[in-house]
Ligand binder design. Sequence first.
Ligand SMILES: [Fe+2]
Ligand SMILES: [Fe+2]
Length: 296
Amino acid sequence: MPRPTAPTTVHDSLVLEPRDVRFDWSQLPLHWIPDEPMATHTINVLHLLLPEGERWFVKVFKDALPMIRDDQLREEVLGFIGQEAIHAEAHQEVLDHLLGQGLDPRPYVRQVTWLFRRILGDKPGLTPAQRRENIIERVAFVAAIEHFTAFLGNWALNSPGLDRAKADPTMLDLLRWHGAEEVEHRSVAFDLMVHLDPGYLRRVRGMLISGPLLVHLWARGARFLLAADPTLEGRIKPTWREAQVNGRRGLLPQPGRMARSALRYFRPGYHPTQEGSSSQALSYLATSPAARAAAS
Ligand SMILES: [Fe+2]
Ligand SMILES: [Fe+2]
């Protein structure tokens, strides 16, 4: 089955390498963007969603492995699995740190775990044909979510507003290392989906379900964290207006840009390599303190 042509030559020769990074969170302040609790917690939602979400990606892709009939794609999927498994654990350590600072993320994480394991998890009692269909459908959800993770990764790599606000450098490195790997492997889920089912409807359905779900989970997560922050005592409630203001200040991705990016996913000629820059991602990974330490 032909794979869509990718315009980026860097991607074609890319071998995805899991980088076994380590971060020291012992000095991380609760509001790691100083005096910006709303922006801090809006980004912190990633730590709530990604450990379970990325473990789910790994499970779905392992289930899909026997269905792959393309050696290069199989290698990329294996590299993707290795990278996402490390991402999940890196964000899990931040969750553990939040708990140590008196912000208990577990009630929200329990809901996310239920969603990924029970609602989006394996369905027992399926025929082989139904199981194949179920796996392809879940790969399409992952492909749509990976469009957002690449968008966010690209934003993290191009977010001088966070440096100007003196955001914690270790957290910035986590976001940019992870963001760079998201940009680096942004084609894999999409290529796998097209390999298993090249139909346009599959792609559309994946985004129509994943996009609104992600927005809902993110807004709910920001509300949860601001309410659970022991230093705020429920005084700050997130609003779209505030998110837009923080977006313009470069502390958060701009909601309008994110929505326009989601719309590009529906273009018939879309391919993930049209978004973000592999060269920029690899340049960051060559200088990232955590990635350099992992390589040495
Ligand atoms: Fe990831
Ligand atoms: Fe990813």
